[in-house]
Design a protein around this ligand. Structure first.
Ligand code: COA
Length: 235
């Protein structure tokens, strides 16, 4: 499995769950320090791990990472497009460049990873999992940039499911609810907001990175061979 943004948070939780079922892992992120810490944790679970310090906005760097990962660990069978950027800001205060940064990281970065992984996924008849968000289908205050990026990802997911189905490649999105301990939650629900949020959630708790990791393993597994073009909400 190759996971963009795999050094922390939900994406590291996904990596942990893939390691638990015997996968080897390529993880890509901007900070080599975070990747090294994550790799040590994943190796302790028995995985072989390659780390790739790169920005998903840089196609050449993503392409190089994907090729090197394939050489080191074998062809990619599952791609997880998890790298994302977010900061809450009122639309009238958001600069065009701030809007563009989130679109570039989330949407363009996801396309970069898919495009770079295509030849490997074609050979493995692999699958792609996109990490979306509720902002893609419901308006949230101060999230115009994020909602646009995530809605774009889900639309691209359906188009790739349509176009790449003939190669045996499945594509699906997961929209996680609030996941505890993540950078996203620190940015979006600081302080006491988390307790208010918990009271609104029928299950009475926030999600964990493992909740999303387990769903990801399911979607990548032989249990899900006829599921493609679908968005699954786990909230
Ligand atoms: N409030 C307002 N504007 C902001 C901002 C904030 N908190 N953070 C960045 N911006 C704007 C900048 O002002 C800049 O626009 P400008 O040139 O008009 O001033 C633009 O966004 C790009 O800023 P920059 O710092 O160069 O962005 P970056 O590309 O290095 O970082 C971000 C990308 C902005 C998404 C940053 O928050 C990030 O790196 N996030 C990664 C981690 C993350 O968000 N995780 C949560 C995932 S849910």
């Amino acid at each position: 499995a190759f996971i963009t943004g795999g050094g922390i948070g939900i994406n590291l939780g996904i990596a942990r769950n893939f390691a638990a079922v015997g996968a080897n892992l390529g993880i890509l992120g901007r900070s080599q320090d975070k990747l090294d810490t994550a790799a040590a944790e994943l190796r302790a679970l028995g995985a072989r791990v390659s780390t790739h310090s790169a920005d998903v906005r840089d196609y050449a760097a993503v392409e190089t990472a994907m090729r090197r990962c394939g050489e080191e660990l074998g062809l990619v069978q599952t791609l997880v497009c998890g790298a994302a950027g977010n900061f809450p800001l009122a639309a009238e205060q958001l600069s065009p460049n701030g809007f563009k940064s989130v679109i570039d990281i989330d949407l363009l970065g996801s396309f970069h990873a898919c495009r770079a992984a295509f030849e490997q996924l074609k050979q493995t008849q692999g699958n792609i999992i996109f990490i979306s968000a509720g902002q893609a289908f419901m308006p949230y205050a101060f999230q115009a940039h994020v909602g646009a990026a995530k809605a774009g990802i889900d639309n691209m997911m359906r188009n790739l499911a349509l176009e790449w189905g003939r190669f045996g490649i499945r594509c699906n999105s997961i929209a996680p609810g609030p996941i505890e301990g993540t950078e996203g939650m620190r940015r979006l629900a600081p302080g006491g907001l988390t307790d208010q949020l918990r009271r609104l959630i029928p299950l009475g708790r926030l999600g964990t990175p493992d909740d999303i990791g387990q769903l990801s393993v399911f979607l990548a597994s032989p249990l899900a061979t006829y599921i493609t073009g679908t968005l699954i909400v786990a909230d």
